[in-house]
Ligand binder design. Structure first.
Ligand SMILES: Nc1ncnc2c1ncn2[C@@H]1O[C@H](COP(=O)(O)OP(=O)(O)OP(=O)(O)O)[C@@H](O)[C@H]1O
Length: 384
């Protein structure tokens, strides 16, 4: 591997990769093709099988079934050290008694690389993560973000064929997370290292990855570019995960000309069906930011009574309730007062309609967390 800088393979293929723990299936028949040089994010809530998939790839967990291929070579029987992959974990796993330089050099020393070559490559890796000035310090003398950069340098200095990252930023505070995210993306662009990145944070996955694989209970729910998954989630589960905070379970009134009208009483919304909506009920998925205050001539409108409004800097995040008891999350550029009645509008193409029953009203079964509302931690970071 030494001496290679660009993607060291054409593609990596997972075929029917399955991992069971006793009778529980953590990962079920995962089929996936990862192109050399690609940045792929495995995304999903806690327990969906992300780490299991990554550990199967790394060779830390044997497969219960299936195979993994690197171009023509079958690699799932190889021990981790013979796969030539680099790993970065959330807890950094640095040697506390070794300096930054020696931490980064460690893997090369084990591989008996020559001293001069080690020095050159470590210098290069430290420069890449902008830690040259800290080379002599111990990990304990560094901030969390700097420690994570050491962990990244330690992985990339080995020039791995593939870098596997498991929630590498989850121990950092919000500001540092965003900063490091940019650094990881920049490094990927500079080095072209194929990367598989595990996260439960949709924003992180959208920002970093060329492609997302969203898992649900050990199975693939959707694969696509960030734009595809964000704009056209394939299910209410994905929609919930991608910030469609309003998942409104409503009767389907009519379906015609590629549009569906859902609603009850005076509450009507027209949207675009994402699948065949044949049953009496449907789920309308709308992002809070796609609502605006209705103006003259607006058609797709609804009335709400404001209940809560929070100042978020450039905008106000508010919650209102319709006459029928549906809770609506929306965002506006200006403050609204609790108790105020306002009319909201939403473009038809930003109302995605799915088949299913979805959430009821507040008076009914859990308007806030109904069954169609994605995973528990699906809300965007700003909505936590
Ligand atoms: N060693 C193990 N023994 C038994 N069950 C396990 C083991 N490791 C994982 N599991 C189970 O497999 C499922 C998938 O776990 P996994 O760690 O892959 O999820 P994850 O999506 O990475 O979650 P998290 O984000 O919380 O790490 C879970 O139900 C988990 O309880």
């Amino acid at each position: 591997m030494a001496g290679e800088r660009r993607a060291a393979f054409d593609h990596l293929r997972l075929e029917g990769v399955t991992r069971r723990f006793g009778s529980a299936v953590a990962l079920s028949e995962l089929d996936l093709r990862i192109e050399g040089g690609e940045f792929l994010a495995l995304l999903g809530p806690s327990g969906c099988g992300k780490s299991t998939a990554l550990n199967c790839l790394a060779g830390l967990l044997p497969l219960s079934a299936g195979s993994i291929w690197l171009d023509g070579e079958r690699i799932d029987g190889l021990p981790p050290e013979r796969r030539g992959f680099g790993m970065v974990f959330q807890n950094y796993a640095l040697f506390p008694h070794l300096s930054v330089r020696r931490n980064v050099a460690f893997g090369l020393s084990v591989r008996r690389v020559g001293k001069a070559e080690i020095r050159r490559r470590v210098d290069e890796a430290l420069a890449l993560v902008e830690l040259t000035e800290h080379a002599g310090k111990l990990p304990g003398q560094l901030s969390g973000g700097q420690q994570q950069r050491v962990a990244i340098a330690r992985a990339v200095v080995l020039r791995p064929r593939l870098v596997l990252m498991d929630e590498p930023l989850s121990n950092l505070d919000a500001k540092l997370r965003v900063q490091m995210r940019t650094e990881i993306r920049r490094m990927h662009q500079d080095l072209g290292l194929t990367t598989v990145y595990v996260t439960h944070d949709q924003e992180e996955a959208l920002a970093l990855a060329d492609r997302l694989v969203v898992l649900r209970a050990g199975k693939v729910e959707q694969i696509g570019t960030p734009e595809e998954v964000y704009t056209y989630p394939s299910s209410t589960y994905i929609a919930g995960f991608m910030g469609y905070r309003n998942l409104l379970g409503l009767p389907a009134v009519t379906t015609e000309n590629g549009r569906v009208v859902v609603g009850e009483g005076a509450f009507r919304l027209t949207g675009v069906p994402q699948e065949r909506v044949s049953g009496p009920r449907a789920v309308a998925a709308v992002r809070p930011e796609d609502f605006r205050r209705a103006g003259p001539g607006d058609r797709n409108t609804l009335d709400v009574r404001v209940e809560v409004s929070e100042f978020h800097g450039r905008e106000v995040a508010a919650e209102g309730v319709t006459e029928g008891g549906h809770v609506i999350h929306f965002r506006l550029p200006e403050r609204v007062a609790p108790g105020e009645r306002i009319e909201l509008a939403v473009p038809v193409e930003r109302v995605l309609v799915f088949a299913g029953t979805g959430a009821g009203t507040r008076a009914g079964t859990g308007a806030r967390t109904g069954e169609a509302a994605g995973p528990a931690d699906a809300a965007g970071p700003e909505e936590a």
